[in-house]
Design a protein around this ligand. Structure first.
Ligand code: FAD
Length: 304
């Protein structure tokens, strides 16, 4: 199907102002890299997502989901078909000790809402720059906490376009993984079960974690956070540091001098630079330590 035909079909399903053609995705990624999407849409209702998935199924159009773009490298050739940004779904409701957050809400914002309602449990997320959907997909975690600890359920759309709700167990959350990845579900919303807490203690814990993050991470540069998964019994950053790679540059990207687990975009780097650097780091760490590093960041889209 031609891009203009996809556009015509989709514009019968969602408002035309929420559809863009040939949209540069580097606008939406934390690394500031990535090519264009054929069609980029920002639905604001769950039913719109369902309809778009059904339309895409009918016409065999590939669909890609994007949250806050903080754990993704989109190749420089961009993405064919439809990219659905979930960032139009931002509703957050608090009911006693439960928070129901739509997938496009920022998890940082949700952790602040929890604090403001004297609810403890989401402090770990106060510096994770992802959306709720991305955080569930990745089972995001930091400083000893993870989504798995506090999520009660998630409502998703399956590949047939049906809405289903999965419990904590059914989500199969583990280190940076969930059933969402294997089944290609799209997260619509998540329900978190928290506990009553002291707002001052919650705030001081958030302050401590924020300070730690600012001390250790190169937040002044575009990046996608920790590029590699933690190999069992090791820390990726330490292995990269020991391989002498800190400060190594390919094109416009560099292994951070502040935190070796981060690859920062210091000078108009591209997704190609990122991919070359990831391969370079993997090769050198393997040679130096015998340990294989696997990316945590999702690399998607087409090469130029
Ligand atoms: P995206 O990057 O947009 O997408 C990531 C993956 O999730 C993609 O495959 C995408 O298709 C999928 N996805 C997104 N939304 C949905 C949805 N609604 N339904 C289905 N699939 C979806 N991560 C941590 O765990 N802990 C940290 O401490 C941490 N620190 C970070 C610090 C920095 C500076 C940066 C840049 C990143 C950090 N990250 C961290 C990584 C990242 O923030 C998390 O993985 C986050 O959960 C990704 O969410 P996102 O919305 O940005 O997802």
């Amino acid at each position: 199907m031609q891009v203009t035909e996809i556009y015509d079909g989709i514009s019968e399903l969602i408002e035309a102002s929420h559809i863009k053609i040939n949209e540069p995705l580097k606008k939406y990624t934390y690394t500031k890299t990535g090519g264009n999407a054929d069609i980029y849409i920002t639905p604001v209702k769950y039913s719109e997502i369902q309809k778009v998935i059904q339309f895409a199924n009918e016409h065999q159009i590939p669909v890609t989901y994007l949250g806050n773009g903080s754990n993704i490298i989109i190749r420089d050739g961009g993405i064919r078909g439809i990219v659905i940004s979930l960032l139009g779904l931002t509703e957050v409701q608090v009911e006693v000790d439960t928070i129901i957050a739509s997938s496009g809400a920022a998890i940082i914002e949700v952790s602040r809402i929890a604090r403001d309602h004297h609810l403890t449990g989401l402090e770990f997320a106060c510096g994770i720059p992802g959306s709720i959907g991305g955080a569930v997909y990745m089972n995001a975690g930091a400083y000893g906490g993870e989504v798995k600890d506090v999520i009660e359920s998630a409502t998703v759309v399956n590949q047939a376009g049906e809405i289903i709700t999965l419990t904590n167990e059914e989500l199969q959350l583990d280190y940076r993984t969930s059933i969402i990845q294997a089944e290609h579900y799209v997260v619509l919303e998540a329900t978190f079960k928290l506990e009553r807490g002291d707002i001052n203690l919650i705030q001081s814990q958030m302050d401590i974690l924020t300070e730690r993050r600012e001390d250790k991470q190169p937040l002044e540069y575009p990046s996608c956070g920790s590029v590699f998964r933690r190999p069992p019994g090791h820390f990726a950053g330490q292995l990269i540091q020991e391989a002498g790679l800190q400060g190594h540059r390919i094109g416009g990207v560099e292994v951070s001098k502040k935190h070796a687990g981060f690859i920062v975009n210091v000078n108009n780097g591209t997704a190609t630079d990122y991919e070359l650097m990831i391969a370079h780091v993997q090769k050198n760490v393997l040679e130096n330590s015998g340990i294989e590093l696997h990316p945590e960041v999702r690399v998607i889209g087409e090469k130029l």
